[in-house]
Design a protein around this ligand. Structure first.
Ligand code: B12
Ligand code: SF4
Ligand code: SF4
Length: 226
């Protein structure tokens, strides 16, 4: 049976830029219905992996390259998760993938509030892959906030990675809070109804595009350490 170190080697061979492991006890405090065992009751460890967006894409004026790259990375991470599940199964473990983006079940129409089946940002922090900035995004030491997150739940008890216990946002930095055009950020969460209206639009042809990513783009930790 593969151990934690072997699983991380496999994830990197499959294309992950970083991989970490969170033990199930670290999810105490997750909202009811959004704990890994609410998805897969036998879950004992969460394997979390990252891929980064090439850094210049977000700087361009035309929204198509960023939208296209984001959708491609969601697909890449979902495939990586499926391949990892197959390999874990062939090694005698059981494994269940978490969607990188959609679908998810929880939707509150009155405040346009959706929740993934598991918050991948919280999972990545618990797997030692970074910390959350005031913009709500995971900041990884090597790749900054330009990482996307995938995860696989497994019934195997695996050695967890140490968590990073420090603030990374400079004490006085408020760039993301002040520059969000709709004031959707408060330093700990995102008011989804405001962000959704600002950050997505539909073209006349019906394509869904990202229209805003300022809290990500303007962050001095966008590419990792300042
Ligand atoms: C719904 C969603 C959105 C919503 C809400 C965003 C948000 N911050 O939650 C909207 C449409 C606004 C959005 C926007 C964007 N998103 Co989005 N989104 C998601 C999605 C699908 C679900 C997130 C979710 O469930 N949020 C609701 C809950 C979890 O958040 P909350 O209410 O703040 O949670 C509170 C409590 O519920 C509790 N809690 C919740 N879970 C847990 C667990 C534990 C253990 C504990 C203790 C507590 C706890 O703590 C929170 C604080 O009180 C995730 C994928 C995923 N499955 O995680 C991607 C994801 C968060 N999005 C991502 C991205 C990239 C974006 C955008 C940059 C896209 C863009 N416009 O360019 C923006 C950034 C906006 C921002 N500053 O956050 C990435 C983030 C990568 C990173 N580096 O962090 C993710 C992780 C997708 C991925 N797989 O990589 N997104
Ligand atoms: S994506 Fe835009 S609208 Fe949404 S929180 Fe970030 S800056 Fe605000
Ligand atoms: S813009 Fe500043 S406060 Fe916001 S996440 Fe980045 S470093 Fe932190």
């Amino acid at each position: 049976m593969l151990e934690a170190s072997g699983i991380k080697v496999v994830a990197k061979r499959l294309g992950a830029k970083a991989c970490g492991i969170a033990s199930i006890d670290r999810f105490d405090g997750a909202p009811e219905g959004f704990h890994p065992t609410d998805i897969y009751s036998a879950c004992r460890s969460v394997v979390v992996f990252l891929k980064e967006m090439p850094p210049d894409i977000i700087l361009q004026e035309n929204p198509i390259p960023y939208t296209h790259a984001a959708y491609q990375i969601y697909g890449e991470l979902d495939r990586l998760g499926m391949d990892l599940c197959r390999i874990l199964e062939s090694e005698g473990m059981h494994a269940v993938p978490v969607p990188t983006d959609t679908p998810y079940l929880h939707w509150e129409p009155e405040r346009s509030h959706g929740m993934g089946i598991l918050s991948l940002r919280h999972a990545a922090v618990r797997a030692g892959l970074g910390v959350l900035g005031r913009n709500n995004l995971l900041i990884n030491e090597r790749f900054g906030n330009m990482v996307y997150i995938g995860a696989v739940l497994t019934n195997a008890w695996l050695q967890a990675d140490p968590m990073i216990e420090k603030d990374v946002c400079p004490p006085k930095c408020r760039i993301c809070l002040d520059r969000c055009p709709v004031g959707a950020l408060d330093g700990t969460t995102v008011k989804q109804s405001l962000c959704r209206k600002q950050s997505f639009f539909k073209t006349e042809r019906g394509f869904d595009l990202y229209a805003c990513n300022l809290c990500r783009r303007l962050c001095p930790l966008r590419l990792g350490r300042a």
